[in-house]
Design a protein around this ligand. Sequence first.
Ligand SMILES: [Zn+2]
Length: 363
Amino acid sequence: MKKHLSLFILSAGILLISCKSNQPHSASKTERKKPKNIILMIGDGMGLAQVYAAMVANGMWLHLEKLPVIGLHKSYSSDNLITDSAAGATAFSIGKKTFNGAIGVDSSGAAKETILEEAHRRGLATGMVVTCAVTHATPASFVAHQPSRAMNEAIALDFLSGSADCIIGGGRQYFTKREDGRNLTQEMQKMGYFFTDQLAEVEKSKGTKLLALIAQDELPKMSEGRNSYLPKATELALKKLSISKNGFFLMVEGSQIDWGGHNNDPDYIIRETIDFDETIKTVLQFAEKDGETLVVVTADHETGGLAINGGSKEKRTIDAAFTTKKHTGILIPVYSFGPGSELFGGIYENTAIFHKMKTLMTW
Ligand SMILES: [Zn+2]
């Protein structure tokens, strides 16, 4: 009897262990692999219809499909069901709902440290690559603190904090043609930045401190011959930032998808979204090789109320319809890849993206 009982307990024990090992391994908080680097990619105005329109035009696939975890975020701001890009990006950068037009300040107008600034303070390298002026709503929300997105010259001045190491985009005029007569590119060179207005010159620069302002204001559209600027500039930024032994935080924006939506121009939307997807390919190639990089791709809001009412898979065409020339208030997809990406499944507030990134960076 005793012998049977001990045999029974033994086999029960073995059974239990084997069951446990077959369970899908939900990495507990302590076991979860932490990313060393975070790359946050924002397709401004890129809702699901914009993604699918680009997918149809691209032969029914996109690199975006390689990001296995998908969630949805609620994009409303503190004063409007329909957010603008400033409040939308500020929700990502400081983790708080704020009023439309706000740059890096909360709903009371108080400046809050952004995730990029905290990364800088903790010794990580930081950067941004965009197709608009670097003082425009989304990039500005990671570096500047102003009550209005229209304050381009004040926003440019906030770049003198030095929190962003590698800066590639447009908006040179807000640094050089200023009412106060200052030339911020010269001042930032004194701070150790390599300044250039030519992307081709970026490879000459040493270290991570780079101010590459490739256009006076926004960069040209893809249809105006911007070519592979965004994937190329992102690749250069990754090369620079990956020098940092403490890791890095990089924000990349496909800024002009939104402008295609505001123009109700499906071709503009599709070409900008495919360019953004080519940049996702560049980022994934880096992250797959690196193994310690979390990639999060999302949008701040949808623009235009785009609907696909028809079209042809064979001809790679869509019949597009729009409900507005403004932003809309639908749930926005969040796609993620790499260590910690499992945190980005489910439905949550746009502000939660900040908190999830911060949790993963063990700060
Ligand atoms: Zn917009």
